[in-house]
Design a protein around this ligand. Structure first.
Ligand code: NAP
Length: 292
């Protein structure tokens, strides 16, 4: 936004509950400002019961688009005119684009993760073996996007096995990836799992374990699971290096934290709303300044 808000300013935003913690306003407003675009990005506190009215308001108020965050990502999906294939498979949307009164839903979380991974490590998913820890919303987006990008095999480990089984069935039913649900590591099975899991070329930690302020926590993986040549990601970005990533780095693996995923899901949303290339460095700086 160059000269403040006017009658021409396009409005984007984010619907969530709560919403005060979001870093997206800082990231998007910095990007609009850097490109001199007459856009503004506003956080909207939307109570769950009000989601249908809020989504309708994207049309009635003529918003350019919005992000959708917790707890609305799944509930927003059936409220839209059109939904991308990836969002349908993931079962959740994080971005809505207003195309002349028709609302398109997309999910840029998984694609943002992939773009971050490719940019920082050069990792190419095709024919690779992946170990996913967790089977919640973020894991779904990442695992399905990796499967769509051609990974050969996905090992899924989740505290509640049932949730992992549901995700596994969906990946196996809709993509060419093979999937195996592995029990949550405990004292008895830990070392049996070691050989199987050490073969993974990519490991993605997608539980909140190790997130500030409980930085001492980590997934109880077997010893010596990390190795040089492996890429290890943690979707957590605060702290910048979790205990999980620290262990992986000490074992010689290449490590990536969750900041890149957060950045690139925003970059992709920005590009959908404006049709322009996003100023990635500006957005990264705004995010880093907000998180630290
Ligand atoms: P979610 O849908 O609530 O899923 C949480 C997952 O973590 C589930 O698989 C859950 O297992 C597991 N879990 C939770 N507490 C656990 C514990 N104490 N021990 C073992 N497993 C536990 O949450 P989400 O949206 O997927 O988010 C997960 C993490 O990803 C959060 O830390 C979030 O900040 C991060 N995230 C990062 C980005 C990014 O852009 N970098 C984006 C989204 C999320 P059960 O199924 O057994 O409950």
């Amino acid at each position: 936004m160059k000269n403040g808000i006017s009658g021409h300013t396009r409005v984007c935003g984010i619907f969530g509950y709560p919403i005060g913690h979001s870093f997206s306003p800082a990231m998007h407003n910095a990007a609009f400002s850097a490109l001199g675009l007459d856009f503004v990005y506003v956080p909207f506190l939307v109570e769950p019961g009000n989601l249908p009215a809020a989504v309708e308001a994207v049309k009635t108020l003529g918003l350019a688009g919005v992000n959708i965050t917790i707890p609305h990502k799944q509930a927003a999906l059936p409220l839209l005119d059109e939904v991308t294939e990836a969002a349908k498979l993931i079962g959740a949307v994080n971005t809505i684009v207003n195309r002349s009164g028709r609302l398109l839903g997309d999910n840029t979380d998984g694609a943002g993760f992939l773009r971050s991974l490719e940019e920082t490590t050069g990792f190419a998913p095709a024919d690779k073996t992946v170990l996913m820890l967790g089977a919640g919303g973020a894991a779904r987006a990442v695992a399905i996007q990796l499967a769509l990008a051609g990974v050969k095999k996905v090992f899924l480990i989740n505290r509640s096995r049932e949730r992992a089984e549901i995700l596994a069935a969906q990946i196996a039913g809709k993509t060419t990836a093979k999937v195996e649900v592995v029990p949550w590591p405990d004292g008895k099975n830990k070392q049996c799992l070691r050989e199987m899991l050490r073969g993974a070329e990519l490991v993605v930690q997608s539980t909140p374990l190790g997130m500030y302020p409980e930085e001492v926590l980590t997934v109880p993986l077997p010893d010596n699971i990390f190795r040089p040549g492996q890429v290890v990601c943690d979707l957590v970005y605060n702290p910048g290096e979790t205990l999980f990533l620290k262990n992986a780095r000490h074992a010689g693996a290449t490590t990536v934290n969750g900041l890149g995923m957060l950045l690139y899901q925003g970059v992709l949303a920005f590009e959908l709303w404006t049709g322009m290339s996003a100023p990635v460095a500006v957005m990264r700086k705004a995010l880093t300044d907000s998180v630290c």
